[in-house]
Design a protein around this ligand. Sequence first.
Ligand SMILES: [Zn+2]
Length: 275
Amino acid sequence: MALERYVGQMNEKYALDKKFYDEINSNKINHKLIEKYEVPRNRGKGFIVRKGQVIKIIEAGGPQISDVTFWNADNPKELFDAERTIQLEGWFITKYSRIWSRHPWFRPMATCLEDTVVTSEPEKGYHHHWVGSHCAPEIYELRAGKAGLNACHLMFLEAIEPFGLKEEDILHNVNIHQKGRIDPFTGRIFCPASDAKKGDHIDFYAEIDLLVAVTVCPNGDGLKDGTDPEDVDIWPIGVEIYDTGTVPKEFYGWTNWRTNWKGRWTPEGKKVKKI
Ligand SMILES: [Zn+2]
């Protein structure tokens, strides 16, 4: 008998169709560039990425962490759920990883099409993970006793404000280009320097219309942190958005558990007595 089980097991009707994404990726030459932007040091920026488009997050100068997160462009209550995503995809992003939204929507928001970062010394961790959230002024104050430092939390606010979102709309994020390791004995999170190089990029294919917020993290390549900003090398983050000309496949819908779930609690707080 097996002594453990894999928690990301997926029935084949919900499994990723790799061929579909391989075809999109191999047709890059025909993708049409529709937006190109460089997010500068200390800033955050929001981008609308329509379904079927690709957002490419690029190391514009050198190894640089970018905190990135996702909302449904038409309904910000539907946002990226890191915990569900870890359950299904594992704790870091590789090609074919999917970004899942929270309940009750709970569906793929985006799919990773390509990741060019080569991880050296994998025993020291992997890149692009969803563990440990993003930096915030309060975290820096806890760490160093210094108030008023800039952090990705404030850059997210700058990114989402033009779209009418507020601080309470910020929850989970992906730590793009960041290398991380969870110590198996203590459970603590460690951050070695990123292996990403100038020109490295990670690409996401939008499954629904998205608002994507992108920051330039004061932690630079991750080895130092933003509590001493003058001591950290910071590079801008390039963003490119492409039209692929390929419409996303419809996600295989859930069964209507609200009516099938007889006699149990519904989201409305009522028991379903009879169908
Ligand atoms: Zn940060």
